[in-house]
Design a protein around this ligand. Structure first.
Ligand SMILES: O=C[C@H](O)COP(=O)(O)O
Length: 335
């Protein structure tokens, strides 16, 4: 959003040439509409489309809906906000237990569907553990000075221990990006090894913060080093960087996982996180996963979406779909 006096040059996009903009402007809808008028776009069509956006169906086929059910079972339902409260976390946990409405579940022919995990900051771990008691849904705690990972090393290790003690079964650690950016792979390996040891029996997901690693080559190398040092999962991002999960980064990380399995026989999980909020995007990720790593990875023990708002869009798409044509395909979500 541009807020000050500025001068932009004409931009060519297809055959449309956007005009120069030189006057002072304020943020807001007026600005967007102003742009539309100048570009001589069809304003009423854009307004109509915008008005129907919340209700539009992007998932229209039974097989897509079946994949969305699969996606739900692999979401780390996340809240990582400074204003998180026990009440918000309890509501999130209730949603993780019952991610779709009971009548929808019945219509889908499913007895039970839950998310893969609930992901919170350390302070909220006890609340989440209590709220999920008996559900079998694990609590994941972000740790090691999330999101920057720049607190003193002994405190980062201690934070892992505290979260495990509080009942977190999964720990999402952030790596020190500077080790990657300076090519200090030994330091990254040793850091990851110590994080792994501090987790004990808990699963450890290594957050690479790929948007801050500078190149895909660095992403591949960091993936490999973290897997060698014992990461159970490698994860793209914290959700707090300006660039989070992307398909190119996912392709690189999935291929690193495949390569690692080919060489060692060890299966490492993959978690794209940050900015994945649309049902349709989740389908794209699952297709990529299936193509690159195969059927075995289509399970919550080897794949998760780290997402705070994806479930809402999936639920909306499923509701729309159910009010449309219903078919027996619903009864056979992917095993
Ligand atoms: O790991 C999870 C992310 O922090 C969630 O990011 P999001 O709010 O963009 O979905």
């Amino acid at each position: 959003m541009q807020t000050e006096t500025e001068s932009t040059t004409a931009v060519t996009r297809g055959s449309a040439h956007l005009p120069q903009v030189t006057e002072a402007r304020n943020p807001g809808m007026d600005l967007d509409m102003d742009w539309v008028m100048r570009a001589q776009a069809n304003r009423s069509a854009i307004e109509r489309r915008a008005a129907t956006l919340p209700g539009r169906r992007s998932v229209k086929k039974d097989y897509q809906a079946a994949w969305l059910l699969k996606a739900i079972s692999m979401i780390d339902l996340t809240t990582l906000a400074g204003d998180d409260t026990p009440g918000r976390v309890r509501r999130l946990c209730a949603k993780a237990r019952h991610p779709v409405r009971a009548d929808l579940l019945e219509a889908l022919g499913l007895e039970r569907l839950t998310t893969g995990a609930v992901c919170v900051y350390h302070d909220m771990v006890p609340v989440a553990v209590e709220a999920l008691d008996g559900s079998g849904i694990p609590v994941a705690a972000v740790s090691t000075g999330f999101p920057a990972g720049l607190s003193p090393f002994h405190l980062r290790l201690a934070e892992i221990g505290e979260s495990v003690k509080a009942g977190a079964e999964e720990i999402d650690i952030v790596i020190s990006r500077r080790h990657v950016l300076t090519g200090n792979w030994q330091a990254l390996y040793e850091e990851m090894q110590q994080f792994r040891a501090a987790c004990g029996e808990a699963h450890v997901k290594a957050i690479l913060a790929t948007g801050e690693l500078g190149s895909l080559r660095n992403v591949a190398r960091a993936s490999l080093v973290c897997m060698m040092a014992g990461a159970d999962f490698i994860k793209t991002s914290t959700g707090k960087e300006s660039v989070n999960a992307t398909l190119p980064v996912s392709l690189v990380m999935m291929r690193a996982i495949r390569d690692y399995q080919d060489r060692t026989g060890v299966r490492v999980g993959y978690k794209p996180a940050g900015g994945i909020s649309k049902a349709k995007d989740s389908l794209t990720y699952l297709m990529l996963l299936k193509e690159e790593l195969g059927h075995r990875w289509l399970q919550p023990d080897l794949f998760r979406f780290g997402a705070s708002s994806l479930l809402g869009d999936i639920e909306r798409q499923l509701e729309h779909h159910l009010t449309g044509a219903y078919s027996a395909a619903w009864r056979h979500p992917l095993a």
